[in-house]
Ligand binder design. Structure first.
Ligand code: FMN
Length: 302
């Protein structure tokens, strides 16, 4: 029997599939459903200091090979969302609290509150492709990313992961800035900056014009990103971008990821995608003579 257990920093996960931020994680009930359908851990939606309504519609459009969204980080604010985490933590679930802020001070307040509510780790979202003032402005600046990571790490005891973007000229520099700030892991990648034009209306489809592209189409970009950083850093990498099957996950592991997050895949294959992907990983490993995760991580990195 294949052992899918994996360890990321101090988190011991039953399996390496994690619900990605912003997908079916509005409340404790939906995160619990992901867990009950096989997720090894769940990431909350990205939470800020104050309630935020998000952008006007349309915010979401399904394209041929992926999903384009510009939700605008809608969220109830940390104080209200805290109740959902407290409810969720009554079940024995590994919860990673995703946070976004406009400066160091906001990230610190949010991280401390997430820890207080009982999350098992923090994910710093510094890579949202469409959040003005909260996303890539921070995530493309290694100095600022390093400062936020360093200060958050000094303020909390739980592991801190930094979610980075492929929309940068040198992803290695960004990942190293996070590692130098004592991050416990890197999440690569967030959705990719993109635009869809309605040629009849002669205008962008999304109200925000630009959005983040996710799903199958971005998998090679995610794989490339993980591959590029795997040999340059010594902290675990969580792969994200286009995972819909067990073989997609294996590709991420071979590129150097210790676990994968699944977001858009939930729309394609349903909430039980986590147990389906785990079964597919096990079958592939069995058929290829592998008995533990450790043996495939990074094998393709040359
Ligand atoms: C509708 C939607 C909302 C998202 N919201 C967030 C978010 O709040 N915070 C975040 O870090 N990533 C967010 N993401 C990005 C996903 O967490 C994930 O990193 C990305 O979609 C790539 O993975 P996938 O191809 O499996 O979807 C969102 C993605 C989608 C499709």
């Amino acid at each position: 029997m294949v052992n899918l257990r994996t360890t990321i920093a101090s988190l011991n996960l039953e399996n390496p599939t994690i619900l990605a931020s912003g997908i079916m994680d509005e409340d404790a009930g939906s995160m619990l459903r992901a867990f009950n359908n096989g997720a090894g851990a769940v990431v909350t939606k990205s939470i800020g200091i104050k309630p935020k309504p998000g952008y006007p519609n349309p915010t979401f459009v399904e394209l041929e090979h992926g999903i384009l969204n510009a939700m605008g980080l809608p969220n109830p604010g940390i104080d209200e969302f805290g109740e959902e985490i407290i409810k969720l933590k009554k079940s024995n679930i590994t919860v990673i609290g995703s946070i976004f802020g406009s400066d160091v001070k906001e990230f610190l307040i949010l991280a401390e509150k997430m820890q207080e509510y009982g999350t098992d780790a923090i994910e710093l979202n510094m890579s949202c492709p469409h959040a003005k003032g909260y996303g890539l402005e921070i995530g493309t600046d290694p100095k600022m990313l390093n400062e936020i990571t360093t200060k958050v790490k000094a303020a909390v005891e739980i592991p801190v992961f930094v979610k980075i973007s492929s929309n940068v000229s040198d992803i290695v520099k960004i990942a190293q800035a996070a590692e130098d700030g004592n991050a416990d892991g890197i999440v690569a990648i967030n959705s990719v900056k993109a635009i869809k034009i309605d040629i009849e209306a002669k205008m962008p489809v999304l109200a925000n014009k630009k959005g983040g592209y996710s799903g199958k189409a971005i998998k090679p970009i995610g794989i490339r990103s993980v591959y590029d950083i795997a040999s340059k850093i010594n902290i675990p990498i969580i792969g994200s971008g286009g995972v819909t099957t067990g073989e997609d996950a294996i590709e991420y592991f071979m590129a150097g990821a210790t676990a994968v997050q699944i977001g858009s895949g939930v729309y394609y294959r349903g909430i039980d995608i986590f147990s389906k992907v785990c079964k597919e990983i096990s079958t592939w490993m069995e058929n290829h003579g592998y008995s533990k995760m450790h043996d495939i991580i990074g094998v393709a990195v040359q």
